[in-house]
Design a protein around this ligand. Structure first.
Ligand SMILES: Cc1cc2nc3c(=O)[nH]c(=O)nc-3n(C[C@H](O)[C@H](O)[C@H](O)COP(=O)(O)OP(=O)(O)OC[C@H]3O[C@@H](n4cnc5c(N)ncnc54)[C@H](O)[C@@H]3O)c2cc1C
Length: 473
C-alpha cells in the first residue's frame, strides 16, 4: 500500500519507518531542504552545527528508545549523570543539584528532593509532597482532569508554597512548554512528574552525540529507503485534493526551482505537518466537521534557540542546566555534552529563550545583548572582572510557532491520529498521545498513525499487511 506523508519531522519519519516495517511503501514529502522539522540542524560557514532546539532525551521515552534500538543506533545517546541542576538567582554562579540515587522509583526522586537543602525548606518539601499525593495516588485520570487549571492555580489549590513555584516550577514549565506556570496547563508538569516518579531512570537525561539531522533523522530515512519507501525534500504540500465524497484524492505538491506542480496519489495520506500548517491547508469541505474544527483551538508557541561560541571554557558541567533566569530556560555547554560539537578549549553554550513572545520580533543584536546580560549572573567568574570571556560568534534560530501552546483546556482540542476521513490520518506531537509536545510524543504519534493505517489496510487497499508490533504505548 502506498502512503503519502507530508512532513519529515520526527512524527512523519517515525510513521514512515513503521509503515515500511509493516510492508507498505511510504512516500515522505518535506517542504524544506532539511530533515527533522523542530529538530532540524545546519552547519555554519566554519562547519559548526546550530540547531532549531536544544534537545534532551529522557529515560522515560520508551518509544524513542525503542526506535533507536530498532535502528541499531542506541549508542548515539550519551547518558549523563542522573541529576537535575539548577542555577540559583540569589547566588550568581552557584549551582544546586538534585542528585537521584540509583535505587527504585519513586524513592530515588524523593531522596533527591530530601537531600537538596539549597532550594526548599523542610516545611515547603512536606507541603509539596502532600499536594502531590492525589496525582501519585489517583494517577493519570486525575492528572488529565487538572487540565482545567493553570499550574499556578493548581499549586495554590493544593496549598503548595509559592517558593516551590518560583524555585522549581517556573523552570520546569519553561523547559517543558516554553511558557510560564500561570499560562501552562497543570496537566503538563504533572504528567512529566508522574513519569519521573514511576520509572527508576525516567528523569535521566541523554544528549545525542551529534546533530539530530545527521545522527537521528538520516538513519530513519536510510531505513525507510532500504525498505522501498521514499523521502523527498523541497516538496511542499500545496493543496489536499478531494474526491466527491470528501476523501483524499491526492496531494498537490508545489513545484520549486522552476519545476511544475505535481500530484502524488496514494492509498492513504498523512499530515505530519505542524498544527498551524494543517489548519491553513485544511480543505474547506472539512471545516464544518467538529473533528477538524477542534484544531482551531491549537496554536504553536514561539521559542528561540541561541548558540554562543566563547573564546574559553565557561564551565566543566556535562549536563543540562535550568537557568532559572527570566529570559532563558534550559542551557548546556555543547562543547562538553555533545561528542561531535566537542572543543577542549572553548565553550559553545546552547540556550533556549522562553517565553519568547516579546522577543520573537526583536533583532538578533537585541536578543544577544539581553542574553549576555543574563549570562553575567550565570557565569560572573567569566563575564565580569578584568579579563572577561569574549563572544566569538553566535547564531539565533527563531521559531515563531513551535510545539502546540499547552495552555489550560488544550487536551480536549488535541485530535486523534484517526480522522473522520477514511483515507486521511494525522501525526505530530500535537496529536493526542500521552507524551506531550516532545520528541517522544512525535515518535509515538507517528507510530499510532502507522498502526491505524495498518489496521485499516483491508478498507484502503486489497493487499494484506504484515502486523505491526507497537510496544510501550
Ligand atoms: C527550542 C526547542 C527545544 C525543544 N526541546 C525538546 C527537548 O529537550 N526534548 C523533547 O523531547 N522535545 C523538545 N522539543 C520538542 C520537539 O522538537 C517536538 O515536539 C518534535 O520534534 C515535533 O515533531 P513533529 O514531527 O511532531 O513536528 P515538526 O518537527 O514540526 O515537523 C513538521 C514537519 O512538517 C514540515 N512541513 C510544514 N509544512 C509543510 C508542507 N506544506 N509540506 C510538507 N511538509 C511541511 C515541516 O518543515 C517539518 O519538517 C523542543 C522543540 C524546540 C523548538
Amino acid at each position: 500500500m502506498r502512503v503519502a506523508i507530508a512532513g519529515a519531522g520526527l512524527a512523519g519519519l517515525a510513521c514512515a519507518k513503521y509503515l515500511t516495517d509493516a510492508g507498505h511503501t511510504p512516500i515522505v514529502l518535506e517542504s524544506r531542504d532539511v530533515l527533522g522539522g523542530l529538530v532540524a540542524a545546519w552547519k555554519d560557514e566554519e562547519g559548526d552545527w546550530y540547531e532549531t532546539g536544544l534537545h534532551a532525551f529522557f529515560g522515560a521515552y520508551p518509544n524513542m528508545l525503542q526506535l533507536l534500538k530498532e535502528l541499531g543506533i542506541e549508542d548515539r545517546l550519551q547518558w549523563k549523570q542522573h541529576t537535575l541542576i539548577f542555577n540559583q538567582p540569589e547566588k550568581p554562579g552557584v549551582l544546586s543539584r538534585f542528585d537521584v540515587p540509583d535505587i527504585p522509583a519513586p524513592i530515588n526522586v524523593i531522596m533527591s528532593i530530601i537531600r537538596n537543602n539549597d532550594m526548599l525548606t523542610w516545611e515547603q518539601k512536606i507541603r509539596f509532597a502532600i499536594g502531590l499525593l492525589p496525582a501519585i495516588v489517583r494517577g493519570q485520570k486525575y492528572v488529565e482532569d487538572m487540565d482545567q487549571y493553570s499550574l499556578l492555580e493548581w499549586l495554590r489549590r493544593q496549598g503548595i508554597d509559592e517558593r516551590v513555584n518560583s524555585d522549581i516550577f517556573i523552570a520546569a514549565s519553561k523547559a517543558l512548554t516554553f511558557i510560564n506556570p500561570e499560562d501552562v496547563s497543570a496537566t503538563i508538569p504533572l504528567t512529566a512528574l508522574n513519569r519521573f516518579l514511576q520509572e527508576r531512570y525516567g528523569s535521566k537525561i541523554a544528549f545525542l552525540d551529534g546533530s539530530p539531522t545527521e545522527r537521528l533523522c538520516q538513519p530513519i530515512v536510510d531505513h525507510i529507503k532500504a525498505g522501498g519507501g521514499e523521502v523527498h525534500l523541497k516538496k511542499p504540500l500545496k493543496q489536499i485534493l478531494l474526491n466527491e465524497d470528501g476523501s483524499v484524492n491526492g496531494f498537490l505538491i508545489r513545484g520549486l526551482d522552476g519545476n511544475p506542480d505535481e500530484v502524488i496519489t496514494a492509498d492513504a495520506y498523512v499530515s505530519a505537518m505542524s498544527v498551524d500548517v494543517m489548519k491553513v491547508l485544511m480543505p474547506s469541505e472539512w471545516k464544518a466537521n467538529s473533528f477538524f474544527q477542534k484544531l482551531e483551538g491549537l496554536e504553536g508557541v514561539p521559542v528561540i534557540n541561541l548558540h554562543l561560541w566563547f573564546d574559553r571554557k565557561m564551565t566543566d558541567i556535562d549536563q543540562l542546566l535550568f537557568s532559572r533566569s527570566d529570559l532563558l530556560s534550559v542551557y548546556a555547554d555543547m562543547s562538553i555534552t555533545c561528542k561531535e560539537y566537542a572543543d577542549p578549549d572553548r565553550s559553545m553554550l546552547e540556550l533556549v529563550l522562553a517565553p519568547a513572545k516579546d522577543w520573537i520580533d526583536k533583532s538578533e543584536e537585541e536578543i544577544i545583548a539581553a542574553t549576555m546580560k543574563e549570562l553575567e549572573r550565570l557565569f560572573p567568574q567569566h563575564l565580569l572582572g578584568e579579563n572577561p570571556a569574549k563572544l566569538r560568534k553566535y547564531k539565533v534560530v527563531k521559531t515563531p510557532r513551535s510545539v502546540y501552546t499547552a495552555s489550560p483546556g488544550r487536551q480536549a482540542y488535541r485530535p486523534d491520529q484517526v480522522t473522520p476521513i477514511k483515507n486521511f490520518f494525522l501525526a505530530g506531537s500535537y496529536t493526542m498521545q500521552r507524551y506531550l509536545g516532545s520528541m517522544e510524543g512525535a515518535v509515538l504519534s507517528g507510530k499510532l498513525a502507522a498502526q491505524a493505517i495498518v489496521d485499516r489496510t483491508d478498507d484502503l487497499s486489497d493487499k494484506t499487511a504484515k502486523s505491526l508490533q507497537i510496544a510501550a504505548l
